[in-house]
Design a protein around this ligand. Structure first.
Ligand SMILES: *Cc1c(COP(=O)(O)O)cnc(C)c1O
Length: 374
């Protein structure tokens, strides 16, 4: 059996930047959830995506939770949330005992459908926030979504966990809404082993988030607390890895683009296979290359997944929509037509190996196995 090929695995820089920053933290004995690497990582991310302020946290999920806290989301508040996503987008809504309403996707972006969003606003005009996601590195239709949110004067949170480096009309995903979040989990385009970032142009609110995430200690000589605190801060060691990784983010995006282009070229002749769409005005980070199979195709996603698995190659289904999850199925789901787009993409989609460590030859192995099924 050949060497294992991963969907997306950690890829440290050849130059060893990450080690340098971590070594520096050791040398200064700054092994704490605060320190120079944390401050600088926040600054460097802010500069990269062009936003005023950032808070480095223990996870992307923690960043979504803090965004909801900063928006003063309370029990029973209604939050519109993209249906096609990972459960981590939704869970923080439940941490605050608020109520998610799921919004279907469109085929152009795979993300929140503005038409469904408008329909949801008509049904729930008292909604408190919208959470849009930029899946697999694709951007949502930001012009339309921002327009609708502004019309109703409702704040937008962008889950850009999978789309760091993706731009829409030249502007970074994660910087359109009131708050944006990024993830540095092990499989993301850059990783710190685990971690997240909340970004916003509201510097005061970001300061407040830093306060909440370090246990909400009042300014006093003793431990005094007037608010609920969280232990959500990123450690100085982890931030060191992040600073090193940020230096190679653009290289990683180029490699991901090549991987996508190779698949696209290879599957050109197979009418049953379609690539996840590339949009005009969007530079995708192509975190994962995803394909969908024609509904009439004799080959089903599971056939491809199993054929690859036999050869020690990782692939997986597209995210199972939130309205189909046992834990979330009691919440409302807004779609435009009878057939949900999210369900259709789930049923027909496969995430292919998109590991930046994958060689051209390894990708050829993947392609050959898939082609042989048709
Ligand atoms: C990875 C991911 C998250 C969660 O990020 P963590 O850092 O793992 O907590 C949230 N949303 C989406 C869409 C993700 O892919």
């Amino acid at each position: 059996m050949g060497k294992k090929i991963f969907l997306a695995s950690p890829h440290m820089s050849d130059e060893g930047y990450e080690r340098e920053f971590v070594k520096d933290a050791f040398d200064k004995n700054w092994i704490a959830p605060l320190g120079e690497n944390v401050d600088n990582f926040e600054k460097e991310i802010s500069e990269y995506v062009n936003v005023k302020s950032a808070a480095a946290l223990s996870a992307g999920t923690a960043a979504i939770h803090m965004a909801l806290k900063a928006l003063e989301i309370k029990e029973n508040d209604i939050i519109f949330c993209q249906d096609l996503t990972f459960s981590a987008t939704v869970n923080p809504i439940l941490y605050e005992k608020a109520t998610p309403v799921f919004i279907d996707s469109d085929y152009q972006t795979w993300n929140m459908d503005p038409v469904a969003l408008r329909k949801a606003f008509e049904k729930y005009p008292n909604v408190k926030a919208v959470i849009v996601v930029h899946l697999y590195g694709n951007s949502a239709n930001m012009d339309e979504i921002i327009k609708i949110c502004n019309e109703y004067n409702v704040p937008l949170v962008e889950d850009a966990a999978e789309s760091l480096g993706t731009t829409y009309k030249g502007k970074h995903t994660g910087t359109f809404g009131k708050y944006g979040i990024y993830s540095f989990n092990g499989n993301k385009i850059i990783t710190t082993s685990g971690g997240g970032m909340l970004v916003s142009n509201d510097e005061e609110k970001i300061k407040k988030v830093r306060f909440w995430s370090t246990q909400a200690r009042d300014k006093a000589r003793y431990y005094q607390h007037s608010e609920i605190g969280y232990n959500y801060r990123m450690s100085n060691i982890v931030a060191g890895i992040g600073r090193g990784q940020l230096k190679v983010l653009n290289d990683r995006i180029s490699k991901k683009q090549k991987i996508y282009d190779n698949y696209k070229e290879a599957f050109k002749g197979i009418t049953d296979i379609e690539m996840i769409p590339e949009q005009e005005n969007v530079r995708s980070n192509h975190w994962l290359s995803v394909i969908t199979l024609n509904p009439n195709s004799k080959v089903k996603p599971i056939d491809i997944i199993e054929a690859l698995e036999k050869e020690n190659i990782e692939s997986r289904h597209v995210w199972k929509p939130m309205h189909m999850q046992p834990i979330f199925e009691k919440y409302d789901f807004i779609k435009v037509k009878d057939n949900a787009v999210s369900e259709d993409l789930f049923e027909r989609g496969i995430c292919l190996p998109s590991d930046t460590k994958m060689t051209k030859e390894e990708q050829e192995r993947v392609i050959k196995i898939i082609k042989n099924l048709f």
